[in-house]
Ligand binder design. Structure first.
Ligand SMILES: *Cc1c(COP(=O)(O)O)cnc(C)c1O
Length: 236
């Protein structure tokens, strides 16, 4: 009997899916509501393709330059979401390559995405990034701004608001993080009730390697995992 040896990445993907399912069931949620995103920064395309082969159908890209360099090497069966700081002058390079921009953090950026998507006749799914801990160093809208911004997005025919994303606060204790995730869930319900055309607003992207199970228990529908799948990042 021969059994194929799995690579570290394949094992990690398998284990992460199992932990997501267990956390979902514990919270009384259907595990199929939650998508695992493989966060690709600094990771070689071969490893990313291993994750795709093991069932990961969603990639998260932080940097435009890195996305452009690696894009052609990716197995095209996975979707790509953009999750990093996005300068308006770079939007034009990615609108044809990603299916969602999760890190919309200003109206100016929304305007640019609208302009570029209207040029190529595409409707882009977007999430609003929330600076949930009110950190000065971080981008994103304050929770208080979210209701008015979500209404403003309706003025852009080539943008489809799908929900909210947050990074949380690095170094926060578990209870603090849990409260941020809970606040995010309430914010999503809030904009869903206020928006007339709300049928698409159902995505909550939160939770990373250290806290994705907690995020699942608080309602995440996308968890973004990098180190938990690919190991510690080596910056060169
Ligand atoms: C790097 C990154 C992640 C993943 O972080 P890990 O700790 O490696 O899981 C998730 N979201 C964003 C926006 C990131 O930049």
């Amino acid at each position: 009997m021969s059994e194929k040896l799995l690579t570290d990445t394949e094992l990690n993907v398998r284990e992460t899916f199992e932990r997501i399912s267990a956390a979902a069931e514990k919270a009384g949620r259907d595990p199929s509501e939650i998508r695992l995103m493989a966060v690709t920064k600094t990771v070689a395309p071969e490893k990313i393709n291993e994750a795709i082969k093991s069932g990961c159908d969603l990639l998260g890209e932080n940097r435009v330059q890195e996305l452009l360099e690696k894009y052609e090497s990716y197995n095209k069966s996975a979707e790509i979401h953009f999750i990093g700081r996005l300068q308006t002058n770079k939007v034009k390079y990615i609108v044809d390559k990603v299916t969602m921009i999760e890190s919309v953090d200003s109206i100016k950026l929304a305007e640019e995405i609208e302009k570029r998507c209207s040029k190529i006749g595409k409707i882009m799914d977007i999430l609003l990034e929330v600076n949930i801990a009110g950190e000065e160093s971080k981008g994103g809208f304050s929770p208080e701004e979210i209701p008015s911004v979500s209404e403003k997005i309706r003025d852009f025919p080539h943008l489809r608001l799908r929900g909210l994303m947050t990074i949380g606060r690095f170094g926060a204790e578990i209870e603090e993080t849990r409260q941020y995730f809970e606040k995010m869930r309430h914010l999503l319900v809030d904009i869903k009730t206020k928006n007339i055309d709300n049928i698409y607003i159902n995505i909550l992207s939160m939770g990373m390697s250290g806290d994705y199970e907690l995020a699942v228990s608080e309602g995440a529908t996308i968890v973004r995992v990098g180190r938990g799948l690919f190991g510690e990042r080596k910056y060169v």
